[in-house]
Ligand binder design. Structure first.
Ligand code: PAF
Length: 337
């Protein structure tokens, strides 16, 4: 008789949370999506996750858990959801500090919490609540966009890479097998840092530029000035990584350009955030690079200007109508240290 498939909990209700949740549920796992988006949770609780792939679609049932913060400031309840052997964290980075204690309770004491989020700092934040031996860092390049509450449109194909440590290796390998069996191109590595920083370089280059200019990824390649900013942002990330002793083994400026071309029609995750007036991940992406650059003495003026531009854009959206001018970003970079 086949072994029962382990249950999996996903922290998040957005596009990637739905894409991972749907694929794992279709492979026979009991999947619970836990999050704070009331409409998304209600839709998934009623009719499962609807997946749109090109002109086709499919649907799969999942369980849901509402993590709404009680008005009286009490702890977020995890209801009667049993602690899970595997917890995938796919909430936006700014939610990690608030939800890290919840993640620690949703994962079994000997379970594995894997952050697949953008940016830096999420693993450290999760480990502060759950302990480092329960946390692993993953990087995914799978694409997805929210098509409505409980409805996800599949974007480009991509991969999942998860970092192993001596303490987590067996659980990471078991999770990789689960992901592969669910049709996800997954692998483990003993050194995740280069993969994290290569993706960070792409995110630092594409996400704030698309969000600031209000354009899909491919439009960045229409103007030599945005191409120059894209290259410069990615090159600064490579310089910081080199100073930290992290070998990227890639020309990340060329990589960012190639990703923008390959995902030309995508609206980046940061643009999707600014479009719906939600907080962005700018602090964990460009902000984290600027802070790391300061520590190792590497100047990051383009990342600093992009960080500032998105912070002021989201603080003052109504007062800064689109289209915004790429010239102001170039001036900003010249002013930033
Ligand atoms: O965050 C995103 O949107 C994606 O990581 C990327 C690669 C920039 C493509 O849109």
């Amino acid at each position: 008789m086949n072994e029962p498939r382990p249950p999996i909990t996903i922290l998040g209700t957005g596009a990637l949370a739905m894409r991972f949740g749907a694929m794992l549920a279709r492979a026979g796992h009991a999947v619970t999506l836990a999050g704070t988006w009331a409409e998304g949770l209600a839709a998934m609780g009623g009719r499962g996750i609807e997946v749109v792939e090109g002109h086709d679609g499919w649907r799969v049932d999942v369980a849901t858990l509402s993590l709404a913060l009680p008005a009286n400031g009490a702890n977020v309840s995890t209801g009667d959801v049993p602690p899970s052997p595997y917890l995938l964290v796919l909430v936006k980075s700014h939610q990690t500090p608030r939800l890290a204690p919840v993640a620690a309770r949703l994962a079994a004491p000997d379970g594995l919490i894997v952050t697949l989020q953008n940016g830096l700092g999420n693993a450290e934040c999760l480990a502060a609540s759950a302990g480092p031996d329960r946390v692993a860092v993953g990087v995914t390049t799978l694409g997805a966009a929210v098509a409505g509450p409980g409805r996800v449109r599949v974007g480009g194909d991509g991969t999942v890479t998860i970092g192993r440590s001596a303490a987590t290796a067996a659980r990471v390998d078991a999770l990789v097998d689960i992901l592969v069996a669910a049709g996800i191109d997954a692998a483990a590595t003993d050194d995740i840092a280069p993969t994290v920083w290569r993706k960070l370089a792409v995110n630092c280059a594409i996400n704030p530029l698309t969000a600031y200019l209000g354009v899909p990824n491919g439009r960045l390649l229409d103007d030599p000035r945005t191409i120059a900013l894209l290259h410069a942002a990615a090159a600064e990330v490579a310089a910081v990584a080199a100073a930290l002793g992290i070998p990227l083994d890639a020309d990340v400026a060329a990589l960012a350009e190639a990703v923008a071309a390959r995902t030309a029609d995508n609206r980046s995750s940061m643009l999707q955030d600014t479009d719906r007036g939600a907080p962005t991940e700018i602090d964990a992406i460009n902000g984290a690079v600027v802070r790391a650059g300061k520590v190792v003495g590497v100047e990051t003026p383009v990342n600093a200007a992009l960080w500032q531009a998105i912070v002021s854009l989201t603080a003052d959206d109504a007062a800064s109508p689109r289209p915004r001018d790429v010239g102001s970003l170039i001036e900003g970079a010249a002013r930033c240290p």
